[in-house]
Design a protein around this ligand. Structure first.
Ligand code: FAD
Length: 258
């Protein structure tokens, strides 16, 4: 079985994250580059299955900048068998539509039984890429899974909603996305880091995928403006002089929080 895991490089959520106000693109130099945590969890789902089922091939796939080799290689150090990275200058500022086309074309090239993605990235937060890819590939899509069971020819899982939990199932080939309810990812160990250096790592350009980022026929969204979030305002301090409870209740009522 071949499982391809979609991993995205993002600015580390534990550090300062900055957007270039000129381009709207993340300022990669402002913080550490890491694999999005949800992508690591997706990889963990694949690796746990591969640990228990010999003959499972796990591939990590990422569309990212050239400077992201080390980030993608971490997926190999964690245990994936090979990596594919799509790199092309024309992809800077790619919208969801172009990203979906690129990743779908790369998936067609690598082949797959199952594609595992995160439900939503921590930077772009589009939350629709897995569904767009499944649509382009014309395969079933089970999204926002909070549990996953992979079998020989199909995948099942649960999607927890507000009022109910749905049981979903899709025959292979299929695309799924997972939520943070899935277990934390393993850390790469020394043996894994050394082994990663020798594992297959393919870099593809748009030309390799027969795609044109500037195709005038394609519909693309553009960002018209971007602004930084205003800094947080200082909160209201309540000093207890016997009436703190009343003050708290009034604050909650005034702010429609109660
Ligand atoms: C040179 C370059 C610079 C980029 N700069 C930025 C940037 O500044 N900010 C930004 O948000 N994006 C950037 N991207 C990535 C790209 O534009 C986004 O991946 C895309 O728009 C998806 O948006 P999303 O994260 O909102 O998707 P979502 O729908 O929120 O993603 C859901 C899941 O899809 C998968 N996924 C998403 N993106 C990728 C990817 N690129 N490769 C593999 N799997 C993926 C992951 O599993 C993710 O958890 C850049 C790409 C390149 C090549």
């Amino acid at each position: 079985m071949k499982i391809v895991v979609l991993v995205k490089e993002v600015p580390d959520t534990y550090g300062d994250r900055k957007l270039s106000l000129e381009t709207g693109i993340a300022d990669r130099e402002a913080s550490e580059r890491v694999i999005d945590e949800i992508g690591e969890r997706a990889l963990e789902v694949a690796l746990s299955y591969a640990d228990a089922n010999a003959g499972t091939e796990v591939v990590v796939l990422s569309m990212t900048s050239e400077a992201s080799v080390a980030t993608v290689r971490k997926g190999l150090a964690m245990g994936a068998g090979s990596a594919v990275q799509v790199v092309d200058e024309a992809l800077l500022g790619a919208d969801l539509g172009l990203t979906a086309e690129v990743l779908a074309a790369a998936l067609t090239r690598t082949g797959f039984d199952l594609v595992i993605a995160g439900n939503q990235s921590t930077d772009g937060s589009g939350g629709v890429l897995p569904a767009m890819i499944a649509e382009l590939l014309d395969v079933p899509n089970a999204t926002y899974l909070s549990s996953v069971q992979i079998a020989e020819g199909s995948v099942t899982g649960e999607r927890a909603g507000d009022g109910a939990t749905a049981q979903l199932s899709a025959d292979f080939p299929a695309v799924i996305s997972i939520t943070e309810a899935l277990p934390d990812a393993r850390f790469p160990n020394f043996k894994g880091i050394m082994a990663a250096k020798k594992k297959p790592f393919e870099t593809l350009s748009l030309a390799d995928l027969d795609l044109d980022a500037n195709d005038p026929e394609a519909s693309r969204s553009i960002m018209t403006a971007v602004s930084e979030k205003p800094p947080r305002e200082a909160g209201v301090k309540i000093v207890d002089e016997g009436d703190a409870g009343t003050q708290l209740a009034e604050f909650l009522i005034q702010n429609r929080l109660a």
